[in-house]
Design a protein. Structure first.
Length: 349
């Protein structure tokens, strides 16, 4: 099968990680291609000769449409697998030009954030041969907001590179380093995290680390300065997330909503216990007191209470949950994902 993975850009994100993993683990396959519609920094390098970028920084360019029509014709592309809104829209236009092309919409969670995008998906779905989502929660939202029959949606959970993310030889759990990792945006709950951190005043030995970049980075820095708590440290973008996870004692994911939660799986795979918001999508990954802990979203008070409860837990309970998290993360392997994806392609073809 000649496959083209179409994506908005190769910057940071779950969809980009999926394309990178699929391409780099099929280096010998000369029939797969990936194309980013535009350049965006930071650019995530994909080590594959067929991973291409259209040389434009414009969000909207019809020059790329002309390029893609020629590309599909010359390379006899059979499957167009589109992730992220602009790529899905571009795929719709290409399907109109190439009716024989198998057009797949792979929804990674933008439908949670934008009602306008949901309305456009009602149009795009009419040309789609297949529709994938990264979680049951995303499938439900997609069905509700874009008027899709649930039986037409296939759920395949995103994978994590288990060769890259694995338990290290770190020393025993100390319960001193508490982490937040993710985009610095309101919905990720960074404000609840730093406020809860600052309010835990009786545990002077704690240090709270924040890794990530995003649209609210300046707001975060300003808020940390206002709190005047030297225990809260903003690291910015962290390239080596494996080492980051392995050095921490607890990862807090206080998201207001989450399509799936790949950060949770990465952390579990590295042997780092996880406290996550009890929201759809994320609670499909993190099960309370089974492989992690959950707390109500958007509540600084509940988050503080949950962090203290975990830190005061018996060591045996914590280590049991860590091991269950490691075992659970193994279910999200690239091999498992690729097998299910190839089976799905076969049914569509």
């Amino acid at each position: 099968m000649r496959i083209l993975y179409l994506i908005d850009n190769y910057s940071l994100g779950g969809a980009q990680t999926i394309v990178k993993g699929l391409m780099e683990n099929t280096l010998e396959n000369s029939q797969i291609y990936a194309l980013a519609l535009r350049l965006k920094q930071p650019d995530m390098r994909i080590d594959h000769p067929h991973a291409l970028s259209f040389q434009s920084s414009s969000k909207y360019s019809f020059k790329v449409l002309r390029f893609l029509k020629e590309f599909i014709t010359e390379r006899k592309i059979e499957i167009l697998h589109c992730q992220l809104p602009r790529s899905i829209a571009m795929g719709y236009l290409l399907k109109r030009a190439f009716p024989e092309l198998t057009y797949i919409i792979h929804e990674q969670g933008d439908v949670f954030e934008s009602w306008l995008y949901s309305r456009f998906l009602r149009i795009f779905r009419k040309k789609a041969d297949g529709i994938l989502t990264c979680s049951e929660a995303t499938a439900r939202i997609l069905a509700q907001r874009s008027h899709l029959e649930p039986q037409k949606i296939r759920v395949i959970y995103n994978f994590v590179d288990l060769d890259r993310f694995s338990p290290g030889q770190q020393s025993s759990y100390k319960g001193q380093k508490i982490a937040f990792a993710g985009r610095i945006e309101k919905r990720k709950g960074w404000r609840e995290f730093i406020n809860a951190a600052s309010s835990i005043r009786h545990k002077k030995e704690l240090t709270f680390f924040i890794a990530g970049t995003g649209s609210e980075e300046k707001k975060l820095i300003k808020a940390i300065r206002k709190l005047k708590d030297p225990r809260i440290k903003y690291l910015g973008f962290v390239a080596d997330m494996k080492s980051f996870y392995q050095e921490m004692d607890l990862l807090v994911i206080p998201s207001h909503f989450e399509p799936m939660g790949m950060v949770a799986v990465e952390a579990m795979a590295c042997g780092l216990p996880v406290l996550a918001s009890n929201v759809p999508g994320l609670n499909e990954i993190v099960k309370h007191k089974i492989n992690g802990w959950t707390s109500p979203p958007k509540s600084q008070v509940e988050l503080k209470r949950a962090i203290i409860e975990i830190l005061d837990s018996e060591a045996d309970e914590i280590h049991t949950i860590i091991q269950r998290g490691i075992d659970h993360a193994r279910e999200f392997s690239l091999r498992e994902f690729s097998g299910k994806l190839q089976e799905y392609y076969a049914t569509l073809m």
